[in-house]
Structure formats: structure tokens, C-alpha cells
Design a protein around this ligand. Structure first.
Ligand code: BYC
Length: 475
């Protein structure tokens, strides 16, 4: 395995220069990618110098280099984790066989579809966030946004590399399509629902980074188990970068909660109106944002019972989260799993074949992980002495995919009539008025060491720098 070669146009650790055809194909995709970035990437930021980390190695120590970079000059590269010598397939029908370095013909279209679905989300998120650079609450936050954006761009490169390297002409066509579908586009939308929702303000940005990037973590971790070794190794390295994105989400919301709690203390009130008048976001409003982003992200795990998911598993294409830590036979042919189902007007748990329940099992791991984050936010509120606690709505709440897509369900998990839904929905999901209020707070705060009034400063800066560091220079 070569180390990352920065002298090439496309930095890589896959010996790209030894495969001239592939190199040329990717080099001809590059200008299209750059025009996409120019058109639909962070608006009006081409000349900014941003303190960014760039991947320079794939080893655990010192994989990243920090320096000022203009985003269009970011070195988007192709990095796969080191191969594990003699790696064997860990699950499904091919368990125990050698992993594949090439795509088996019979799984070609399925694998391509998985890679395309994953890849499509990456540029989608950049598109969703393209205007946020105009209203960041601090230079620190602005820099974090741009860091996420360039890395999502790199994650698109990661998938496009696989398409070009392993899927011939179809793969090249799919790579083109990645830049043709656009988030929210009526004719050519992005593939998954959540990636067509706008991210219009920073509260949504932090919630997205907490809830939706976390779906990314679990999906990537499942693909990192794949028998198709290049996919597994690509996803492993993407997860290294992904951790920061979730940190931005979790700590961002936590800092908003902190600011709100400080104000509640200062003003001696928990009246949402008074908190809003003081220029911060009341906890009830935050709960509505949680309800929205959580439910939209829960949909991303697909149907509760999915023969697609069973096939991906049996064929060795996509495993479970941390497959090797699960104590079972890793074929699941005789196993069952308790799945939430709709029976009449009740939600019940019923044992179902474990294989068809793979999506639901992954969704459960995700839910548990989300709950841990909420607990940390709740600690901040508890410290302040308030009785308010955030909670995750029931998994059937506000669903558009799967068993509960056709029914109305309250956050506590009761099936309700349309009438009851309409009566209550304004206290469960962000209203137009909520959105207008939150949007009204979004004023850029780009003076050194300053921060907007609705969020607390971070406890520490980036890469050892203080909060009041020059993270972005506008020139
Ligand atoms: N929206 O059998 P099912 C990230 C379709 S995020 C629209 O459940 P499957 C990131 C489905 O296509 C992670 N359609 O499907 C985060 C299927 O269509 P057909 C992204 C949906 O395949 C932040 C039908 O419904 N990674 O990385 O088991 C920033 C039957 O459903 C949806 C991946 O998604 C939906 N939500 O499950 C940046 C991993 N759900 O066959 C990045 C790759 C289902 O009837 N993808 N459908 O035509 C997969 O593993 C699977 O495709 C899914 C869906 C889990 C998404």
C-alpha cells in the first residue's frame, strides 16, 4: 500500500498513476465536480482562506494536516484504509471465504445501487447547507461548516472512485448522475427523502449533523463490513472523518441548550416567550426540532421488513453494525428479531425473521446512540435545576417510509386520528412561526472572539487554537 501521493492531481493511496485509464477518467470528472462545487457548494466563499484539515495519511496517528486552504483548492483525494491481510467475509452465505477485490458479476447491480445511494447523500448535504456560510454564529462554527462540506465532497469522491474503478461504463454514468441530481430538485431530486429537505438555518444544521450524519455513521459502519473489500476500506476511512461531523452536531446543540439554560437562570424564568424575547431558543422549540430531524433520519434506515436488506446481508454486501462484536452465527437463517408492527390501531412487537429485520436492527442501534446524546444534553438542563427533559419521539412518529408511513402516531406512540394530529402537530413539529423566529436569530457574527446571542461558545477551539482564533480569513 502506497502512502498518499500529493504530487498527483488527485491525491490518493490507491496507486492511481499505475492505472492511466482510470486516472484519466477521474481527471475528466474533476472539472465537472469543481463546477458543481462552484455552483452548488458554499455560496460566495471561493476566496476565503479556511483553517481546514486535509487527510494526509490513513494511519491512526497523524492522519490529518491543518492549514489555511481556499475551498476550491482543497485536495479532495481517494483514501482507503490499509487492507487487512487475509481478510475473510464475516457474514452471510459466503462467510469464511476470502473477501473480494473485484465485484462478482451476480452482485454487480445491487452493489452499484448501494454505492450510488450512499454517494448521492454526500453532495446532497453540501447543497442543503450552501447558504449557511452567510449566517454562522461565530468564525469557529463557520470553519466547522466548511470542514464538513469539504469532507462530504471527499466522500463523494470516495464513492465515485469505486464506481469508476469497478463498474465500467455504468459506473461512469452513475458518477455523472451524482452531479445532476440536486437536493430538492423537482425533476431530479436526491435519492433519499431527508436529503431533499433544506437546511435553512443553524439550528437545523446542528440537528442534521447530530441525527442525519449519525445515520451516515451506522450505514457506513454496515458497509465497512462488506465482502467487497475496496468498499469496506473506503467506508472505514470515511468513518474517521465522520466522527467530527457528529461532534459538531452534538456540541452545537449542547451549546444552544447551555445558552438557553444560562438565560433561564439569569432571567429567573422558563417561560418560552421570555427566552425568545431575550434572543435565545426555548427548550420546547428545541424539542420540536429534535422531533423533526430524528423522525426524518429514522426513515433513512428503510422498511422495517426488507427483503432487500436480507439479500444484502446474505450476499455479503452489507453487514450489521460492528458485525464481529455480535455473538451469533452471522448467517441469521434460524434467528428472529422483535420488530415494531402495526396491528389494527395498535403498535406491537412481533418476532420476525432476523434476516428481513436487518434494517430494524440497525435502526435500533441508531436509536440507542441518539438517546445517549440526548442524555448528555439533558445533563446540562439538569445541572441548571430545570425539570424539563428532551425525549426522542416514538419510532413510529412522523414516518414516511415503512410500517407506519400510512398512520398518524403521537410522539408517545399512540395511533391517533387525523383530527387529533392536526390539533397537536404545532406542538410536536416546527411551525412556520417557529422557523421564522429561529431564522430571525441567524445573523452572522464574524468578529474575533464574538458569538451570537443564542449559543454558548465552545469549551475549546480547533487543533489547539483558542476560540478567538482567525479560523476563516475573508480576504
Ligand atoms: N427514501 O427494502 P427497503 C450519510 C426505498 S447518510 C426514499 O427498506 P433498502 C450522510 C428503497 O430504495 C447514509 N426511498 O430498502 C449523512 C426501496 O426501493 P425499491 C446513507 C427509500 O434498500 C449526512 C424501497 O423503498 N447511506 O451518509 O433495504 C451527510 C424498499 O425499501 C427510503 C445509505 O443509505 C428512503 N429513506 O433500504 C452526508 C446506505 N428507504 O427497491 C451523508 C446505502 C427505502 O422498492 N443504502 N426506500 O425500488 C442502503 O443501505 C439502503 O438503500 C437503504 C434503504 C437503507 C437506504
Amino acid at each position: 500500500m502506497s502512502s498518499i501521493n500529493y504530487n498527483e492531481r488527485i491525491p490518493n493511496n490507491v496507486d492511481l498513476s499505475e492505472n492511466r485509464r482510470l486516472q484519466r477518467a477521474l481527471e475528466s470528472w474533476l472539472p465537472n465536480y469543481l463546477s458543481w462545487w462552484d455552483e452548488l457548494g458554499p455560496e460566495g466563499t471561493q476566496g476565503y482562506d479556511v483553517l481546514l484539515r486535509t487527510a494526509v495519511d490513513v494511519s491512526a496517528d497523524g492522519w490529518a494536516h491543518f492549514d489555511y486552504v481556499k475551498m476550491p483548492e482543497y485536495r479532495w483525494g481517494i483514501f482507503l484504509n490499509e487492507p487487512v491481510p487475509d481478510r475473510k467475509i464475516g457474514f452471510g452465505d459466503h462467510k469464511g471465504e476470502d473477501v473480494w477485490q473485484e465485484v462478482p458479476g451476480e452482485y454487480r447491480s445491487t452493489l452499484r445501487r448501494l454505492i450510488v445511494t450512499q454517494g448521492d447523500t454526500e453532495p446532497a448535504s453540501v447543497e442543503q447547507q450552501r447558504l449557511l456560510g452567510q449566517t454562522a454564529p461565530s468564525l469557529y462554527d463557520l470553519r466547522n461548516l466548511f470542514q464538513i462540506n469539504v469532507e462530504e465532497g471527499r466522500h463523494l469522491w470516495a464513492m465515485v472512485y469505486l464506481l469508476h474503478a469497478h463498474f465500467g461504463r455504468d459506473g461512469r454514468e452513475e458518477a455523472e448522475m451524482m452531479l445532476e441530481r440536486h437536493s430538492g430538485d423537482e425533476d431530479k431530486p436526491r435519492i433519499l427523502g431527508a436529503f431533499n429537505e433544506p437546511t435553512p438555518e443553524w439550528l437545523s444544521m446542528f440537528m442534521f449533523a447530530f441525527f442525519t450524519d449519525r445515520d451516515g455513521k451506522f450505514q457506513l459502519a454496515s458497509l465497512a463490513e462488506s465482502a467487497f473489500d475496496p468498499l469496506a476500506r473506503t467506508c472505514q476511512f470515511m468513518l474517521t472523518e465522520e466522527a467530527h461531523h457528529m461532534f459538531v452536531g452534538e456540541s452545537g446543540v449542547m451549546r444552544i441548550v447551555k445558552r438557553t439554560c444560562d438565560l433561564m437562570d439569569e432571567l429567573g424564568t422558563d417561560d418560552p416567550e421570555r427566552i425568545r424575547q431575550a434572543g435565545a431558543i426555548d427548550l420546547q422549540t428545541l424539542q420540536r426540532w429534535i422531533n423533526f430531524h430524528y423522525s426524518v433520519s429514522v426513515d433513512l434506515f428503510g422498511q422495517e421488513l426488507s427483503t432487500n436488506a436480507a439479500n444484502y446481508y446474505t450476499q455479503g454486501l452489507k453487514g450489521r453494525f460492528q458485525e464481529d462484536k455480535i455473538d451469533d452465527d452471522h448467517t441469521l437463517v434460524n434467528d428472529s428479531y422483535a420488530v415494531h408492527m402495526l396491528e389494527g390501531d395498535k403498535i406491537v412487537k412481533r418476532e420476525q425473521p432476523a434476516l428481513t429485520s436487518i434494517n430494524e436492527k440497525l435502526r435500533q442501534s441508531y436509536i440507542d446512540d441518539c438517546q445517549r446524546g440526548l442524555n448528555r444534553w439533558n445533563k446540562v438542563i439538569e445541572k441548571q435545576g430545570s425539570d424539563f427533559r428532551f425525549s426522542l419521539p416514538h419510532r413510529a412518529f412522523h414516518r414516511a417510509i415503512g410500517n407506519f408511513a400510512e398512520v398518524k402516531v403521537s410522539p408517545d406512540g399512540n395511533i391517533i386520528s387525523d383530527e387529533v394530529w392536526h390539533k397537536n402537530v404545532n406542538s410536536w413539529l416546527p411551525t412556520d412561526e417557529d422557523r421564522a423566529f429561529v431564522t430571525s436569530l441567524m445573523k452572522p457574527c464574524y468578529e474575533h472572539g464574538k458569538i451570537a446571542g443564542w449559543i454558548a461558545p465552545p469549551t475549546r477551539g480547533i487543533h489547539g487554537h483558542p476560540f478567538d482564533f482567525d479560523y476563516v480569513k475573508f480576504n
